[in-house]
Design a protein around this ligand. Structure first.
Ligand code: ATP
Length: 732
């Protein structure tokens, strides 16, 4: 059905007025859209693969117009989809070949060759979806079953524990339990740590592992070493940044003594260098260690202790390293020590999927493997078994723009193709609504929720989709959620003002916003006592506090005027008023001035996101109620759901996974590619933009059948520019 009634006027959905969809959704939420035939409420459905239309709400009685809906949709499906800005077909710039001779054999000839090449160094360069996992498991089974290798002398290193479990799971049918148990499998960290615990149990107490950043920060503060920092750094953000630079250096085996003779690029690196020896000293004093120390510890053990090294070298006769493109220097040097002298070292990876440079990974090791091992064989797996040809073509067109890579001629195993789309919602909220409408449509047509993934570059993209999925009661798993959005500091301030406008006696809200009014937390007890003495709400006490300076008095006068005015407004209008007249935006900017530019921008973006979320609500009460529900949802943990659920995750986390349908969020400059990479490019450095392109490549190649790419026209209230990657991959 293409028509509905709004305030007795007829709306006819045509390509010319699709830009009104966000507004009609708003009316829809208030139940103002009616069926022109039966006057019952209808709802707007504006997904991606179908044209927008109206349907009766579930509770409506049957109406003759229902039949026309099915007819209209069938017509749309049959007709060519118009290429307007509602959505466009995503066609690859370069087409790729399909595999000419398909066989039903479990392994393709090149995969077979990789399985049977067991002696000496071997580099398996494997394109996305080319069957790395299949080859690794088949190779392990071949070594053990056919060649009679003792499984205890085979080490298989995977990038995640999940991948190690998957490998073991697949081998379960082929190996005996004893053989399976004998295998040395796991991540670098888990294998190296086991060795350290075995060889040097007194030096590595698992209780003293600094698992998270906050534990490291706590150690720094409590050990007192920060006082020795010159120039001093105490802000949590700066210390965290310094710690992550230190971690990258450690993974590159750059110890403090190596760094003091090396020119450093940025002020952040200078701070990190000042902190580095102090952090190491604080750890050593308390016999603490972090994850990077496990790697360095194992490397140094093997390098310095000949007896230990010989023991492991004679025990481990065959090594396989998965995701080799993401190896770092310490890991690589240690692997070389394990592999010598026979060097039956098989490394498998895709240089196009190297996405962990910020943790010290370096694709140069995969690119330079044949130089380090001149006798190495190289086998290239170029057939993509996962994705339909157009998806392989999109990835291929995109990644060809990178310079530091091995060229590959990717082919697709599959013949039949599907349709991929770009879609252009007004903003991030509408992007989420369109995706959720599309998912609802696909679920109604038999798709399985766990075969759909919504991928994002950075966490701030996730909130709207998570909220829309929750509202639509679609089961979802949001992996790796960091601090819930509504608990972020700037967001708490905005919400605090709204809460106080509804209830000036809200103690939690007032405590939250005190800093924005330039009142110290130490005044809290005085505020409470005064409120009791004067019998007035807490917020009204503020102007009566003794010793206020004149700028504070002006600020508080404005604050109380705002509290008076705000209850008359919608939540979005109220926030606008608070940001501008209440000067909250200025305060947030000032407060974050000292922080790196991107962090400071992130705090103002949070305010803008809060405004975007508020726009969907008519009253402050309903918005605050919604926020409470979202916070409860965060606490109850939607991810623990056992039923099949739509996967919402970062591209980094999606590596190695596959889904029938992938939705990619926010393909705009500054999001993907990330602003950081664009900054680097402005300074003439290409590495970061190449890494962003690889990230995009990883994201595209997770899709088996369908890819939907969102390009919001506005993000965080600012006009966007389409990501450069779109033009690189698509023939528009
Ligand atoms: N010879 C083959 N015949 C049929 N299907 C295959 C074959 N090899 C691999 N596949 C299938 O192709 C898909 C991709 O394989 P796999 O996940 O091992 O790829 P990958 O190289 O690890 O991919 P990526 O690096 O992109 O994560 C899987 O669904 C796998 O079962």
């Amino acid at each position: 059905m293409k028509t509905a009634l709004l305030h007795t006027k007829q709306i006819q959905l045509t390509a010319d007025n699709y830009d009104q969809i966000a507004y009609w959704r708003h009316m829809d939420r208030q139940g103002k859209l009616l069926c022109p035939h039966c006057s019952q409420p209808v709802t707007i459905v504006a997904g991606i693969s179908t044209e927008p239309h109206f349907v009766h709400r579930k509770e409506a009685a049957a109406c003759e117009a229902d039949e026309t809906i099915a007819l209209a949709l069938a017509e749309v499906a049959a007709a060519q989809v118009a290429n307007h800005d509602y959505r466009k077909r995503l066609v690859p710039r370069k087409m790729i070949q399909q595999l000419a001779h398909k066989s039903e054999e479990p392994l393709h000839p090149e995969q077979e060759r990789a399985v049977h090449s067991t002696e000496g160094p071997l580099l398996i360069l494997a394109g996305a979806g080319s069957g790395k996992t299949r080859v690794m498991t088949a190779r392990a089974a071949h070594l053990i079953q056919e060649k009679g290798v003792d499984s205890r002398s085979l080490m298989m290193v995977t990038f995640t524990t999940k991948a190690a479990e998957e490998m073991k799971h697949r081998l379960r049918g082929q190996l005996s339990p004893a053989q399976l148990n004998g295998l040395i499998t796991g991540t670098f960290h888990s294998i190296f740590f086991k060795i350290l615990l075995h060889e040097r149990p007194g030096e590595w107490d698992p209780q003293r592992l600094l698992k998270q950043d906050w534990l490291k920060l706590k150690l720094l503060r409590e050990s007192g070493v920060l006082a020795q920092m010159d120039p001093p750094v105490t802000s949590e953000a700066e210390l965290s940044q310094a710690l992550s630079i230190i971690s990258r250096w450690k993974n590159e085996y750059l110890l403090p003594e190596h760094l003091s003779i090396r020119p450093l690029d940025t002020a952040e690196e200078q701070s990190a260098l000042a902190l580095y020896p102090l952090y190491e000293e604080a750890k050593q004093r308390g016999r603490w260690f972090d994850f990077d120390d496990m790697l360095i510890g194992c490397y140094q053990l093997l390098r310095t202790d000949e007896t230990v090294r010989n023991r492991y070298q004679s025990r481990i006769r065959y090594l396989m390293i998965d995701e080799f493109q993401d190896i770092n220097r310490v890991q690589y040097e240690t692997v070389k020590l394990f592999a010598a002298p026979e060097n039956n070292l098989c490394v498998i990876g895709d240089d196009d999927q190297s996405i962990y440079a910020f943790r010290g990974s370096n694709p140069q090791y995969i690119l330079g493997f044949s130089n380090d091992f001149p006798t190495a064989q190289t086998i290239t797996l170029e057939v993509n078994y996962r994705s339909r040809p157009s998806i392989v073509g999109l990835g291929y067109s995109l990644i060809g723009n990178n310079q530091a890579r091995h060229a590959k001629k990717l082919k697709s195993f599959h013949g039949e193709d599907g349709e991929n789309y770009l879609f252009y919602p007004d903003d991030e909220e509408e992007q989420a609504s369109r995706i959720v409408d599309e998912i609802t449509h696909q679920l109604a047509h038999g798709a399985s929720a766990d075969q759909m993934a919504i991928l994002f570059r950075t966490h701030e993209s996730a909130r709207p989709v998570v909220e829309r999925l929750w509202e639509a009661k679609i089961p979802f798993a949001f992996t790796g959620e960091e601090e819930p959005f509504y608990r972020k500091q700037a967001v708490r301030w905005g919400l605090g003002y709204l809460r106080l406008a509804k209830n000036p006696d809200d103690a939690d809200a007032l405590r939250d916003v005190l800093p924005t009014l330039y009142i110290a937390q130490s005044q809290w007890n005085a505020i409470r006592s005064q409120a009791i003495l004067d019998d007035v709400p807490l917020a009204h006490v503020l102007p009566r506090l003794p010793g206020l300076k004149s700028f504070q008095k002006t600020q508080l006068k404005a604050f109380l005027a705002i509290l008076d005015e705000v209850p008359k407004l919608t939540p979005a209008q109220a926030l606008e008023f608070i940001y501008e007249d209440g000067k909250l935006r200025d305060y947030v900017k000032k407060k974050n001035k000292e922080r790196p530019e991107q962090e400071s921008q992130a705090a103002t973006d949070d305010l803008q996101q809060l405004y975007g979320a508020a726009k969907r609500h008519e009253t402050i009460d309903s918005f605050l109620h919604f926020v409470t529900q979202q916070l409860n949802r965060d606490r109850s943990g939607a991810r623990q759901n056992a039923e099949p659920s739509v996967q919402v995750m970062s591209i980094h986390r999606a590596k190695g996974l596959e889904f029938d349908t992938v939705f990619l969020l926010d393909l705009v400059e500054g999001s993907l590619p990330h602003e950081y990479a664009l900054d680097e490019l402005r300074r003439g450095k290409r590495d970061a933009i190449e890494e962003e392109r690889r990230l995009m490549y990883v994201a595209i190649t997770r899709a088996r059948h369908q890819l939907f790419v969102g390009i919001p026209q506005e993000r965080f209230g600012r006009k966007t520019r389409v990501s450069r990657f779109i033009k690189e991959m698509a023939g528009l």
